[in-house]
Write a protein that binds this ligand. Structure first.
Ligand code: 4AD
Ligand code: MG
Length: 434
């Protein structure tokens, strides 16, 4: 009698039952009378024991013992509790069906260079650690939707092909757009979310963003995913409160639902347990003072790079907001501080443990004249922004929003060094394959 097809992550519900697992051979070993097949199905790994006797004779054991890694197969057997097995269960094999035998698999146990693994990214995502990272990414995405939907936000998808810059003209990917001249890959959905929040109140997009970044750091991709909520009638402080609640929710949900993946990654979870609101808040001025106290040659007006962010974040045991940056080093759309127009009502959220900025947000300029002036000062093409200016003509109101970088957030939660492993198929200056 053959059992139900179940996924490995659900084996715990089938103790003592006959089941079927469909997957691939991740590893195998043999002790003469018993062959051990480590099978993965994408949801986990399980050891299947094939013993000489009722179900397997010498000949068949020999075949399974030599089965090439990554062959596709179906194993049937009884689920048994086994403390020593990863996941706590193993399968007493009754029958193995080969679906396809694999060619010699290029990724072996031995240490490969990251370059080689990236070149084989289409296969590397099968490995235990990469699988764990991407399953945590999935959880982060789902938790974002859950959090925002429960708070009455509407998901609004932004265009990817756009007529103008949002985050500065130096990082634009341009392309020829038929008879209409240049178009650009979106750097951010924000401007469209501003239109949408005037139609729906609270909105968000979760979409790819593109930056022709010249920086080859462990925090930069040319294509990354960004969550961008935008809220009508929120000021910059309402904005920060939403950010700390969202980030805390995401981290706590991963801790609750992705324990096994965090274990595979050997992530120290103590720093994650601390991620609860409120997060500390410091002004840009205070950030400069921290840096100077620590011997950094920081001057008022400087922007912070990864090193500066790490030094600042070491002062705190949870993410820290830095607010009130100089207007001169921030985007054109940020609302000036009414008490000091050289500053803006913005915040950057710096993750702990050296992961740097994961969020950039601000209150937006809602006054038409001021916004027109900023667009001119930044040498942005007025025609492309006509619709955006309209939002300041028809029922303009204070509003705020932010962008959360998915890969940086996932890399931080997973405790991995480079964000290229936090996205299935990374795009970097020197990589567009596979
Ligand atoms: O600070 P940024 O540039 O802000 C914006 O794009 C705003 N329009 C967002 C908004 O207010 N709606 O980017 C936001 C976040 C950063 O904090 C970072 O986490 C991530 O996006 N990010 C990148 N991640 C990976 N690679 C890059 N090149 C990134 N550039 C920004
Ligand atoms: Mg930023």
């Amino acid at each position: 009698m053959s059992g139900e097809w179940v996924s490995i992550e659900n084996l715990k519900n089938y103790e003592g039952k006959d089941v079927e697992i469909r997957g691939w051979l991740a590893n195998r070993r043999s002790s003469g009378k018993v062959v051990f097949l480590i099978v993965r199905d994408g949801t986990g790994f399980v050891q299947t024991t094939l013993s000489l006797g009722e179900y397997f004779d010498k000949e068949s054991l020999k075949t399974w013992e030599r089965l090439p890694l990554e062959s596709a197969l179906i194993v049937e057997g009884k689920v048994r509790r086994e403390e020593r097995a990863p996941g706590g269960y193993e399968l007493e094999g009754r029958k193995v069906t080969l679906v396809s035998s694999s060619d010699e698999y290029p990724i072996q146990k031995k240490d490969h260079s990251v370059e080689f693994l990236m070149e084989n990214r289409h296969l590397w995502i099968r490995s235990r650690r990469q699988n764990a990272v991407l399953r945590i990414r999935n959880q982060v995405m789902m938790s974002i939707h859950e959090f925002l939907q429960a708070r009455g936000f509407t998901l609004i998808d932004p265009p990817i092909l756009t007529p103008a810059a949002c985050e500065g003209t130096t990082t634009l990917f341009a392309l020829d757009y038929f008879d209409l001249g240049k178009a650009y890959l979106s750097q951010s959905g924000q401007l469209y979310m501003e239109a949408a929040c005037m139609a729906f109140g609270k909105v968000y997009c979760l979409a790819p963003a593109f930056r022709a970044e010249k920086s080859k750091t462990r925090r930069h991709l040319t294509e990354f995913w960004m969550l961008e909520p935008e809220m009508a009638f929120y000021d910059w402080q309402d904005n920060m409160r939403l950010q700390e609640e969202l980030v805390s929710f995401i981290v706590q949900e991963v801790l609750r639902k992705k324990r096994r993946e965090l274990e595979i990654l050997e992530r120290d979870t103590a720093p994650l347990e601390r991620i609860q609101p409120p997060f500390p808040r410091i002004s840009y001025q205070e950030a400069i003072e921290i840096l100077q106290r620590k011997g950094f040659p920081a001057q008022w007006g400087d922007d912070f790079g990864g090193d500066e962010e790490s030094v600042i974040s070491q002062e705190f045991d949870r993410p820290v907001f830095i607010h009130h940056y100089p207007a001169a080093i921030k985007a054109f759309y940020m609302e000036p501080d009414p008490e000091n127009p050289d500053l803006v009502l913005n915040d950057d959220l710096i993750a702990p443990e050296g992961y740097g900025e994961i969020i950039g947000g601000s209150e937006r300029i809602h006054d038409l004249t001021l916004l027109e002036r900023r667009i001119a000062e930044h040498h942005l093409p007025r025609e492309a922004f006509a619709w955006y200016l309209d939002l300041r003509r028809y029922g303009t109101c204070p509003h705020s929003g932010f962008g959360l970088g998915i890969e940086r957030t996932v890399a931080w939660i997973c405790g991995i060094h480079h964000i290229r492993e936090a996205i299935p198929f990374p795009r970097q200056i020197y990589r567009i394959y596979p």
